[in-house]
Design a protein around this ligand. Structure first.
Ligand SMILES: *[C@@H]1O[C@H](CO)[C@@H](O)[C@H](O)[C@H]1NC(C)=O
Ligand SMILES: *[C@@H]1O[C@H](CO)[C@@H](O)[C@H](O)[C@H]1NC(C)=O
Ligand SMILES: *[C@@H]1O[C@H](CO)[C@@H](O)[C@H](O)[C@H]1NC(C)=O
Ligand SMILES: *[C@@H]1O[C@H](CO)[C@@H](O)[C@H](O)[C@H]1NC(C)=O
Length: 424
């Protein structure tokens, strides 16, 4: 597959270039990782390069994960890994509440199986390609990049060949925070996931521009909304008093074709126990809604659909239609527009057909790509992968705000359109 060979090529050049990058070169202003969505598991994965000698390690992306973690039990071979002591500054900022034989201890978390263990905080050599925002530039290395040690059993449920997870959450030990501190660029990163399993998306670390072909800087314009800190962790296991590393936004209402969906507003805010609210997830392939929200949402959507031919449900979806019920547009099938209304009625995220409808494989069927989350989920709305594909989401950890683009298809580009020609 073209994309896979692209990926390996880039990695190969990355590994080769690392030894030749001049040590005196200027600090990069941004870095990037390519991300591939797996056809079967719908997990988003990326290769990172770490250890001595440097090897490529495949990780599943966890947008709200507290840190990067890898399996240190099997196949971990490095001459440069170092345990992080309990009294070090790195341990102090990591949020660790435990010490194991004078090694700083954290909680590596597999959020697919909702299993967590405790594991040592370790540093090792790390290499990543920099970018000027338009093309890949030289590879840069970090001598001591932190990650948590997981176990082989913690890999259950992850994609083939995956050796850990890439945690991008709101912590001081997460990958975006650590890249920012290693290269002294702003604590900003941007996620642009591809809707296609045959072509990669991209994560930028650092501020824009983020230029995608044909010469579209998707870092502007963006719409901004505050990120909300949930004071209670949403991880699989956590020490008492730990805040959530997940990215929450303040959805205040939902409109479909400008019609307000009747919702219990209490569910949209986060209560004292950390329940409720709206967050993002790269672990859920589709948006999951608490039952009463799901019912009101789908009822309103169906009311606004006219003349579509409904067909049998295809799990996990309930509302499925013949594809030819809908005209094709630049933004996907023509269906009612969904707006997630944020801090004011004039600030909203619009979801069009390409992000609301899911094409069933080998059938001419499109289903409404939202899932019933049951009566008492921890978070009321979890915005999943399909709804954020081909949208740029820029997370600013310092200013605690999210910038979002809405569908890039309206600008005739996609998240797989970064120009991979390397400029030295
Ligand atoms: C670990 O790396 C060393 C040095 O590169 C090498 O000699 C050794 O064979 C490796 N061991 C394994 C199990 O890969
Ligand atoms: C993370 O860093 C910020 C800014 O330096 C600081 O305010 C916050 O307390 C830190 N969090 C932890 C857990 O150390
Ligand atoms: C709204 O949701 C809250 C939280 O689940 C619940 O306590 C309350 O009874 C609900 N209100 C209505 C009118 O259903
Ligand atoms: C990709 O970047 C290279 C180097 O800047 C440039 O020569 C080439 O025209 C670009 N390709 C596209 C399709 O923009």
């Amino acid at each position: 597959m073209a994309s896979t060979s692209h990926l390996s090529l880039l990695l190969l050049s990355l590994l080769l270039l690392t030894t030749t990058a001049p040590a005196t070169a200027k600090s990069p202003r941004a870095l990037f990782l390519l991300v591939l969505k797996d056809y079967d598991t719908l997990q988003y994965t990326a290769f990172v390069a770490q250890r001595t000698p440097l090897v490529a390690v495949k990780l599943t992306i966890d947008l709200g994960g507290r840190s990067m973690w890898v399996d240190c039990d099997q196949g971990f071979n490095s001459s440069s890994d170092r345990k992080v002591g309990c009294s070090t500054p790195l341990c102090q900022i990591s949020g660790s509440r435990a010490c194991s034989g004078n090694t700083c201890s954290l909680t590596p978390d597999n959020r697919f199986t909702r299993t967590a263990t405790s594991g040592d905080l370790v540093t090792d050599a790390y290499a990543i390609q920099s970018t000027d925002g338009s093309n890949p530039r030289r590879v840069v290395s970090i001598r001591r990049f932190p990650f948590t040690c997981g176990t082989t059993s913690l890999l259950q449920g992850l994609d083939d060949g995956v050796q850990g997870m890439a945690g991008l959450g709101i912590t001081n030990i997460s990958m975006p925070a650590q890249f920012a501190s290693a290269f002294r660029f702003p604590k900003i990163f941007a996620v642009c996931l591809s809707s296609s399993t045959g072509s990669h998306g991209i994560i930028f670390f650092g501020d824009g521009p983020y230029v995608l072909k044909p010469n579209v800087d998707v870092s502007k314009p963006l719409t901004y909304t505050p990120l909300i800190i949930n004071p209670v962790s949403t991880a699989s296991a956590f020490p008492l008093g730990e805040a959530s590393a997940d990215y929450f936004i303040g959805v205040t209402s939902v409109r479909i074709n400008n019609k307000i969906v009747p919702l219990n507003k209490t569910l949209l805010s986060i209560d004292e126990a950390g329940r409720g609210g709206t967050r993002f997830s790269t672990v859920n392939p589709y948006t999951v809604m608490e039952t009463s929200i799901y019912k009101a949402f789908t009822r309103t959507f169906v009311e606004q659909l006219s003349g579509a031919t409904r067909v049998a449900s295809v799990a996990p979806f309930e509302f499925c239609y013949k594809s030819n019920s809908f005209a094709a547009t630049q933004l996907g099938p023509r269906v009612p527009r969904i707006d997630l209304v944020l801090q004011s009625t004039s600030v909203f995220w619009s979801i069009f057909g390409a992000n609301s409808m899911v094409a069933m494989r080998h059938q001419d069927v499109l289903c409404l790509g939202f899932v019933d989350g049951g009566v008492d989920p921890i978070s009321s709305i979890v915005i999943g992968g399909h709804q954020i594909d081909d949208n740029l989401l820029q997370f600013d950890l310092a200013r605690l705000r999210l910038g979002f683009s809405s569908s890039l298809l309206s600008r005739k580009t996609t998240c797989s359109d970064f120009n991979l020609t390397i400029i030295d």
